[in-house]
Each structure stands twice: as C-alpha cells, then as structure tokens.
Design a protein around this ligand. Structure first.
Ligand SMILES: O=C(O)CCC(=O)C(=O)O
Length: 325
C-alpha cells in the first residue's frame, strides 16, 4: 500500500454507507428552485439571483482577523516553516525560473486540508450557514485553494482561463456542490478579480484543455476550448472579506494582475456528503483524470492510486454525517 492509500484508509473511514440517489433527489426542490434548498437564511431575492445567475456575493462574511491569520500561514508555508501533508505548493512557471523569493513565486497552495490554520476557513460557521443552503446539512470540504495572483509578467501566466470547476470533479449531482471564494484583499479589474458568465450554470459541462493564445502556461489551469469570447461577462468586484458562492458549472476565470501588489483569495468547494462518485471514462473529463492521476502518482511515488483515492484523501467532513463521499 502506498503512502497516499495508507493515509487515506487510516484517516477516512466512512461512518455510514447509505444509498444516495433517493435522498439527494428528495433534497432537490421541485419547481421554482433547483439550485438552492429551503432555508432560513437567504432572502427570496438572493435565492432567485443564484437560481438565475449561478453565483451570489455575501459582503463582509469573513473577518479581517481571520484573513490576517490565513495570510500569515500562507507565508509560513511559502517559507517552508510548515509543510502540510499532501498540500501542493505551486510556483509560477516564469518566477520559478527567475528564482524569485518563495512568496513572490508561489501562486497557489492547493489541498490544504491537513493545515489546521488554513483549514479553519472551511469550518467557519458563518460560511457553512450559507453552504448549507446549497448542499444541505451533511457537508464535505472537497477541494481547497489559496490563490496568490502575482503581478503580471509579459507572458501573462497569471491569467486563469474561463472554465467550469465541475471539469475537475468526479462526483455529482452538481446542484449539491458549491464553491465559497473569499477575497483576502480588494479584488477588482486591475488586479484580476473573478469574471463570471452569469447563467451558464444551467449549461452542460464543456470540453476543457490548455487554450491556445491566452498566455497561460501554469499546470492544470485548464480553460474551455470553444468559448464564445462575446458572451456577456461580469467582473465581480469584491472587498476584503466578501465571499462569493458559485455553482460548479458557472463559467468563470480571472484576468491578469496589472498592479504591483498581490491578489489573494481563499476558497473551498463543498459538496453534500450524499453526492456520489462517477466514472469519468469516455466523458469530457477523461483527459483531466489522466493528468491528475499522473501528477498524484509522481508526487506521492505510488503506482496504484486512482481518481477516487485522490478525492477521498482530500475530502473532509465539516458538518453532519459522512455518507458517500
Ligand atoms: O482566484 C482566481 O483567480 C480564480 C479562481 C478560480 O477560477 C477557481 O477557483 O476555480
């Protein structure tokens, strides 16, 4: 058994294994609301907005104090003072070759589920109250990221091409998955705020890859290959602590950072623990499976790991009961 599998089986034994489809579809509201569940938190207008647009911004949800703690932990990780198990520390391709200091070269810390300080983000009660409106009460944190959008180089490597997050996820249903993305400083057009195509969460998953001519060379920053560049876009300008919740089929991305500062954000994709894994063979997700599995096998030096193992390793229960994921 390799390191990853051993860690997975030791740490993540399922509490229960209850069949899912009936429960998940029972949780789906018939008729008016498809993407949100009945709750006592969202106003009808907020629900309607998410139903129509696929995203919802909640102002000032995360405190300055928490954000400062996340920022300090990010610097500790960059400086290798802490090395969270399984975390991927991704350096920008251009800055890496220029041997810039670590915090000026690291553009992403992914899979920080083993870092207690950063993972606190995924357990913040004020975030989970909103998450529950989309996932229901049994909540898994599935995918974590702290993005440090670096000042642009002439190669435009900090652009995040337009994509649908479901491209990366081998679990369903999409309606019971939501991303929470919190601005760690003001995010605006000049430093590469999120850009969304409202309403695209109602469309199917599209083929993704490395789009040509967009300047993005960073590993696994996939984009939609046949995107209509004229589709109406919204630049989601956010203040520090503002949090946007969005659907995994919503087409989104972010532009280059034209300022001399950084643009940091912390995010987590949450899913109902009643979601189930799917086999992505012969689907538009087949290629991403190969790339992710190859990357994990190289990183953990194991040969027998598969996509489901990788996701089980990342997944953490943050509220309620663990069912299928
Ligand atoms: O933070 C960004 O710049 C982009 C994030 C993004 O696209 C994502 O989380 O899927």
């Amino acid at each position: 058994m390799g390191n990853l599998e051993a860690a997975t089986s030791k740490m993540y034994q399922r509490k229960t294994a209850i069949p899912t489809s009936a429960q998940v579809s029972a949780a789906t509201q018939p008729g008016r609301f498809r993407y949100t569940l009945n709750n006592n938190l969202l106003t009808t207008e907020q629900r309607q907005f998410y139903e129509e647009n696929g995203y919802l911004v909640i102002r000032k949800l995360v405190s300055d104090e928490d954000i400062e703690r996340f920022r300090k932990e990010f610097i500790r990780i960059c400086n290798k003072e802490v090395k969270p198990l399984g975390a991927m520390i991704m350096k920008d391709q251009v800055r890496r070759s220029q041997s810039a200091p670590a915090e000026k070269a690291v553009n992403k810390v992914q899979d920080f589920q083993e870092d207690e300080e950063l993972f606190r983000y995924c357990t913040l009660p004020q975030v989970l109250r909103y998450v529950e409106c989309f996932t229901g009460p049994n909540i898994m944190a599935m995918h974590t990221m702290l993005i440090n959008k670096l000042p642009d180089s002439d190669k435009q490597t900090f652009l995040h091409p337009m994509h649908q997050d479901l491209h990366y996820f081998p679990f369903r249903p999409a309606e019971r998955i939501v991303c929470a993305w919190t601005a760690m400083e003001r995010a605006h057009r000049d430093n590469g705020c999120l850009v969304v195509l409202p309403g695209t969460h109602t469309e199917p998953l599209r083929p993704h890859g490395y789009p040509e001519g967009q300047g993005s060379v960073n590993k696994l920053f996939h984009g939609i290959l046949d995107l209509d560049e004229n589709s109406p876009r919204v630049h989601v300008v956010m203040e520090k602590g503002d949090t946007v919740f969005f659907h995994p089929l919503l087409i989104h991305g972010s532009g280059v950072n034209k300022t001399s500062g950084f643009r940091k954000s912390i995010s987590c994709h949450f899913a109902s623990s009643e979601c189930h894994y799917i086999d992505v063979k012969n689907t538009v997700q087949e290629d991403i499976e190969k790339e992710v599995v190859e990357q994990a096998r190289a990183k953990f030096n194991v040969t027998s790991v598969d996509l489901k193992d990788i996701w089980s390793f990342r997944a953490r229960l943050v509220q309620g009961e663990r069912m299928n994921l």
